[in-house]
Design a protein around this ligand. Structure first.
Ligand SMILES: C[S@@+](CC[C@H](N)C(=O)[O-])C[C@H]1O[C@@H](n2cnc3c(N)ncnc32)[C@H](O)[C@@H]1O
Length: 256
């Protein structure tokens, strides 16, 4: 990657701002802009900016935490040596895909993101990492797309830092889950507040409903995903488990 051709200024922010309300000042090509921290469209356009802000400055650990937990659980389960066929959902600019490729025996890696800028950033910064990468909204896929994804025979779904906060809604997560082979590994993380009773993202209800019949959790871990711009710890849960069956009859609970 080229050396940085931008300047990043992190302001002194009030700690009452939520994760998706934080912002910073970006100077790029002679222009100063206020950028929201979840404005990935703008962030991916600048080479190295996503890595700089979230990983170097705010200490994001999630790709390693989620992938390490998945790796540990696969080893414990002593699954027969089947190479992974991974669906990286909300793949962004490929940081998670890179960890998977480095740490695991991966036969196939397919990414999906809703933003064309994410795909462009992968092609620019990590060319060749994914076998295929699609720009689409998984909450409204048609039959032809569904068939195409099912034919990959994914045995692993990984989705990191992408559920909730106006990002991937429950409907899209359920669609992705239902495209996997039965017995597939599922690894994801969620902000702790999405599992709290007062939350309205829908994730807590969907998780509670699918446990036992469709999804079996093998390991869960609360950890610091990253610091906020104000310097506080932002806590997430990493969850790893196995798909038992398709998720049915949850349409009343779905958001998005
Ligand atoms: C914080 S980024 C995480 C990227 C990557 N997983 C990582 O950990 O570096 C969240 C990503 O989810 C993507 N996203 C949001 N809503 C989505 C949707 N409905 N379908 C697919 N991707 C979505 C965003 O465009 C963004 O690239």
């Amino acid at each position: 990657m080229d050396s940085a051709n931008y300047e990043l200024i992190l302001p002194q922010l009030d700690d009452s701002l939520d994760q998706n309300e934080e912002w910073f000042i970006l100077e790029h090509e002679g222009e100063y802009k206020k950028v929201k921290s979840h404005d990935y469209e703008q962030i991916y356009r600048v080479p190295g900016l996503y890595e700089d802000i979230f990983y170097n400055r705010l200490g994001c650990k999630s790709p390693n935490v989620v992938c390490d937990l998945l790796d540990q659980e696969m080893r414990k389960a002593e699954d027969p040596d089947q190479p992974l066929r991974v669906f990286d959902f909300g793949a962004g600019n490929g940081i998670v895909g890179e960890v998977i490729k480095e740490e695991m025996d991966c036969d196939l890696l397919v990414g999906v993101d809703i933003l064309p800028e994410a795909k462009e950033a992968v092609e620019r910064d990590r060319p060749g990492l994914y076998d295929d990468y699609y720009v689409l909204d998984m909450s409204c896929i048609d039959e032809a797309e569904l068939g195409k994804f099912q034919s990959y025979n994914f045995n692993t779904l990984v989705t990191v830092a992408a559920l909730g906060f106006g990002d991937i809604p429950t409907r899209a997560f359920v669609n992705a889950f239902n495209m996997l082979q039965d017995d597939a590994w599922v690894a994801f993380n969620l902000r702790d507040k999405f599992l709290a009773e007062e939350d309205n993202s829908g994730y807590r209800e969907v998780l509670q409903t699918i446990l036992d019949d469709s999804f079996s959790i093998s390991q869960e871990k609360r950890y610091c995903h990253r610091r906020s711009i104000a310097g506080d710890e932002v806590c997430y849960h990493a969850i790893v488990g196995k798909k038992l069956d398709n998720i049915e009859d949850v349409s009343g609970l779905l958001v998005g």
